[in-house]
Design a protein around this ligand. Structure first.
Ligand code: SF4
Length: 348
C-alpha cells in the first residue's frame, strides 16, 4: 500500500492523506501525486528542466505528475499532439530558414548536447550580422540557471527587425482558425518570457562551465563520435571533446556583440492550412515573471503540493476534457466529490 496526498478534507485541513490500492487496474488505480520528503526533482530524477516543461506545468501540474507516473499514456499523447501541433509546419519553416541543414549521427549524450552548442556557436555571428543588415530566421538553443535550476530551451526564431530590434518569435499552430483563449496563451507567454531570461543572461556572460557540466551530467573529456568530429572540423571548430567545445562557446559568448532581446512575439498559424491566424506581442514583466517562476519551481523542489485544474472555473475546467488522464485523475475525482458535497450542503 502507498499513500497519496489529495486536496481538501472533511476536517478542513489543506491536504488529505489517502491510502490507495495498487492492485486496482492501471486505468483506475490511484497513485501518489506527491511524496513527503521527496521533491518531484528527486522523485523523477530531474537534474534540469526544459522550458516546455514549465509550459506544461502552467497548464496543469497534476498532468505533469501523471506524465511521469504513466509514461505510456504521455507517449501516446505526444504522438497525437505531434500530428496535431503541426510538426510539419515547424519543419517546413526550419528548412526554409536553413536549406543547407545536414543530419549528423550522434552516439552519446555528449554528442547530442554538443550538436546544440555547435548550432549556437554558428548562429552567434549570423545573428550579429543580421542585427545590422537583414532579417534572419534561426533556431537558437538557450540554456542557463534560473532561480537555482538549470534550464534548456530552443527558440524558434530570432531576428532583427527593420528598426534594429532583436525579436524573439515562437511559432504556435492551432486546430481552430482563431487566436487562443487567455488560459491557452498563458503557457506561450511564459515560454517566450523564460527564453528571454535565458538568452539575456547568456549574452551577458552569466553561463558557467562547471554549471553546464554539472547540471547536464556530461563528461568534459568525452571525445565526440567520428561523424560529429568530421562535422565540427568542416565548420572550422578545433574542439574534439565536450569540455573543449564548452570552453569555445564561452569565449564566443564573452566576445559577442549580442544585446538582450527587445521584443517577444507569438505567431499563430492554422495547423492544417498553415495560414497565418495572427501575431501577438508579449509584454515582458520581469518581476512578475520571476515571481511566477519561483512558484513553479516551488513545486519541483517539493516546497508545495502540485495544483490541478480548478474544475469550478469555467475558464479552466475544459482542460480536463482534453486530458488523457481524465478518467483516472485523483485530483479531479476528489474535487468533484468536494463540489458535490458542498452542493448538497447548500441544497439543505
Ligand atoms: Fe489535470 Fe484535469 Fe488532467 Fe487531472 S484531468 S491531470 S486536473 S487536466
Amino acid at each position: 500500500m502507498k499513500s497519496s496526498l489529495l486536496p481538501g478534507s472533511a476536517a478542513g485541513l489543506p491536504y488529505q492523506r489517502l491510502t490507495i490500492n495498487p492492485s486496482l487496474s492501471n486505468n483506475r488505480s490511484t497513485v501518489a501525486l506527491s511524496i513527503p520528503d521527496q521533491s518531484p526533482m528527486e522523485r523523477f530524477s530531474k537534474h534540469h528542466l526544459n522550458v516546455t516543461q514549465l509550459c506544461e506545468q502552467s497548464w496543469c501540474e497534476i498532468k505533469v505528475v501523471y506524465g511521469f507516473l504513466k509514461p505510456h499514456m504521455k507517449r501516446r499523447e505526444m504522438r497525437r499532439t505531434a500530428v496535431m501541433t503541426g510538426a510539419s509546419i515547424h519543419l517546413a519553416r526550419e528548412l526554409e530558414a536553413n536549406p543547407d541543414a545536414v543530419n549528423v549521427v550522434v552516439h552519446t549524450r555528449e554528442d547530442r548536447e554538443a550538436l546544440k552548442l555547435i548550432n549556437l556557436i554558428q548562429m552567434v555571428p549570423a545573428l550579429e550580422a543580421g542585427m545590422v543588415v537583414l532579417i534572419s530566421h534561426l533556431r537558437f538553443p538557450v540554456l542557463g540557471v534560473l532561480d537555482g535550476v538549470f534550464f534548456l530551451g530552443v527558440v524558434d526564431e530570432l531576428y532583427c527587425s527593420k528598426s534594429g530590434e532583436l525579436v524573439l518569435s515562437e511559432l504556435k499552430t492551432r486546430s481552430h482558425n482563431s487566436l487562443p483563449h487567455p488560459a491557452q496563451a498563458k503557457g506561450h507567454s511564459l515560454q517566450v518570457g523564460v527564453y528571454k531570461l535565458l538568452f539575456d543572461s547568456m549574452v551577458q556572460g552569466s553561463m558557467k562551465r562547471d554549471q553546464l557540466l554539472h547540471y547536464l551530467k556530461l563528461r568534459p573529456h568525452q571525445a565526440f563520435g567520428s561523424e560529429l568530429q568530421s562535422y565540427a572540423q568542416k565548420l572550422g571548430l578545433l574542439a574534439v571533446t565536450f569540455g573543449e567545445l564548452v570552453d569555445h562557446l564561452l569565449v564566443v559568448l564573452h566576445f559577442c556583440n549580442l544585446q538582450p532581446i527587445d521584443k517577444l512575439c507569438l505567431e499563430y498559424r492554422h495547423q492544417s492550412s498553415g495560414v497565418l491566424i495572427g501575431n501577438r506581442e508579449v509584454e515582458f514583466k520581469e518581476t512578475q515573471l520571476r515571481a511566477e517562476l519561483r512558484d513553479y519551481l516551488a513545486f519541483w523542489r517539493g516546497e508545495r503540493e502540485p495544483h490541478g485544474v480548478d474544475i469550478e472555473d469555467i475558464e479552466e475546467a475544459w482542460k480536463c476534457r482534453m486530458c488523457p488522464y481524465e478518467e483516472s485523475c485523483e485530483w479531479r475525482r476528489s474535487r468533484l466529490q468536494e463540489v458535490m458535497v458542498e452542493g448538497s450542503k447548500k441544497a439543505k
